[in-house]
Design a protein around this ligand. Sequence first.
Ligand code: HEC
Ligand code: HEC
Ligand code: HEC
Ligand code: HEC
Length: 424
Amino acid sequence: MLGSLPRTLHALGLSLTLLAACQSSPTTSPRPEKAKSVAFRPGSDATAVVAPAFEPGDAARGKSLVGEFECHRCHSGTGQPPARLDQDCVGCHEQIATDKFRAAPSKLAKWKPHIQPYRDVPSLGELGKRLRPAWVRDYLLHPHDLRPNLAQNMPRLAISTDQATDIATYLTAVEGPAPSVPVSAAPAHVARGKELLTERGCVGCHRVSGAGLSEPPRTEPAPRTLGLAPDLRFARERSEPAAISRWLTDPTQVKHDTAMPNLHLAADDVRDLTAFLSFGELAPPPRAEPALRLPVLERRVGFDEVNERVFAVTCRHCHTNPDSAGGDGGPGNTGGFGFKPRKIDFSSYQGIQSGGVDARGERVSLFAPTKEGVPLLVAALLARGRETLGRESEEVRGMPLGLPPLSAEQIQLVESWVAQGRPL
Ligand code: HEC
Ligand code: HEC
Ligand code: HEC
Ligand code: HEC
C-alpha cells in the first residue's frame, strides 16, 4: 500500500496504539407531551416513505462478515478490534493530519494536502437506534452519496443480498428507546418544520435538497463537522420518524459520539422538524447526466503525464507492487474489503503493462475491450461516473473505488494515452 509506506512505518518503529474512542455520557431530559399532536400511523400520509420489508438474517454470520469485509479499516463501531495502523485507512490519515504520525516533518507537510480523503467516515456504532435495517441492507448493495461535504463515499463492495441482510441485522441489533415527543404528520406541523430548518440554523450544516431552502454562504475553512452532516433529504428513507425525533431531542441519545451538537430544541420544534423531514414535500432530484466524454487528444500523451495526473495520485495507493510495499499491494492488488487479489499494479509502467487477473484468477489485460468495446482501464473510469448516478455496471466496477469520479480531462488523458499505444 502506498509505495513504501508500510516499510517506512516499520523502519520508524511506529507505535500502533490508536486513540481510544471519545467518551460522553448521554443524558436525556423528558419532554412534555403535546395534546394536539397527531399520532403517527405508518402509511397514513401520502408523502410518507413506505419502508421496504426487512426479513432479519443471521446476526452472528453478519458479525463475521463485517470482519471478512474489513469494514473496520474505515469505520469505528463495527465490534471489531481497531485495524492495524498500516491497514487503517482512516486512522493513518487522521494521524498524519494531526501530526501524530511518526515521520519527518517534511514528509508530513508533503502528505497533508492529500490525506483529506478518508479522514472522516461515520461510525457504525448504535446503528439500530437511528437507521432502518432495510435501508442499511439496500445501501450496502447500492451505496450512493449521502454527505455533500464529504468527498469519499461508501465503496461498492462485492456483496450479495444475503450477506447485506446478515450484516444489516447484526449492525442494527440494538434499537433505540421510544421517542419522548409524539410524531405528527399534520400539515401545519409539516409547514412549520420547513421554516424551522432555516430559523434554527440547520441549513448552516445540512443540505436539505429538494426542499427549496437557500443555504447560507459557507465560511472558509469549513468546520470539520460539516463533512459528516448528511443531506437531510435522505432522513426519511434512512430513519423512522421516531428515530428522527429522538435525534433532534438529543443527538447523543442516538449516537453517543455524534458530531452534531445538542441544539436544546423545544418539544414543539422537535415535533415540527420531524414532521417536515419525514413527510414534507421534496422536489425530485435533478436528472443528472454523466460528464461529457471528451474526444481523444491529437497531441502526444506520454506515460509521465498520465502517471503524474492520475495513476500516481489516486490509483497507486490501492494498487501497488506488493514486493516493494512489505507484502500488501493494497485492496486492488493483493485484495481487501472482501475483494479477491486482482494483482493490478499502478506503481510503474511495467506494472500497468502486465495487467492483472480476474475474479477467477485468470490473466487479464487492462487494455482488453469490454462488451462495449472500451479498454477495461477506461471503462472502469467511465463506470464510476455512472455509478454515482445510480447506474451500476455488472461488468466493470467503477474506479477510483469509493472516491469521486475523475474529471473528464483526466479520463481523456488516460484514454488518449491508451489510444496512442501507451507510449512511455
Ligand atoms: C474504504 C472505506 C470503507 C469501507 C471498507 C466501508 N465503508 Fe461504509 N462508508 C464509508 C464512507 C466514506 C461512508 C460515508 C459515505 C457518505 O456519507 O456518503 C460510509 C457509510 C456507511 C454507512 C452509512 C452510515 C451513516 O451513518 O450514514 C453504512 C451503514 C456503512 N458505511 C456500512 C459499512 C459496512 C457494513 C462495511 C463493511 C461491509 C463498510 N461500510 C465498509 C467508507 C467505507
Ligand atoms: C500507513 C498510513 C496510510 C494508510 C494505512 C492509508 N493511507 Fe491513504 N494516504 C496516506 C498518505 C501518506 C497519503 C498522501 C500520499 C501523498 O501525498 O503522496 C494518502 C493519500 C490517500 C488518498 C489521496 C490520494 C489523492 O487523491 O491525493 C486516498 C484516496 C487514500 N489515501 C485512500 C486510502 C485508503 C482507501 C486506505 C485504506 C485501504 C488508505 N488510504 C490507507 C497514508 C495512508
Ligand atoms: C453544527 C452543525 C450542525 C447543525 C447546526 C445541525 N446539525 Fe444535524 N447533524 C450534524 C452532523 C455532523 C450530523 C451527523 C452526525 C453523526 O453522524 O455523528 C447530523 C445529523 C443529523 C440528523 C441525522 C440524519 C441522518 O440521516 O442520519 C438529523 C435528522 C439532523 N442532523 C437534523 C438536524 C436539524 C433538524 C437541525 C436544526 C435544528 C440540525 N440537524 C442542525 C450537524 C449539524
Ligand atoms: C480505494 C482503493 C482503490 C482505489 C483508490 C482505486 N482502486 Fe481500482 N480496484 C480496487 C479494488 C478493490 C478492485 C477490485 C474490484 C473487483 O474485483 O471487483 C479494483 C479493480 C480495478 C480494476 C478492474 C475493474 C474490474 O471491474 O475488473 C481497474 C481497471 C482499476 N481498479 C483501475 C483503477 C484506477 C485506474 C484507479 C485510479 C483512478 C483505481 N483503480 C483506484 C481498489 C481501488
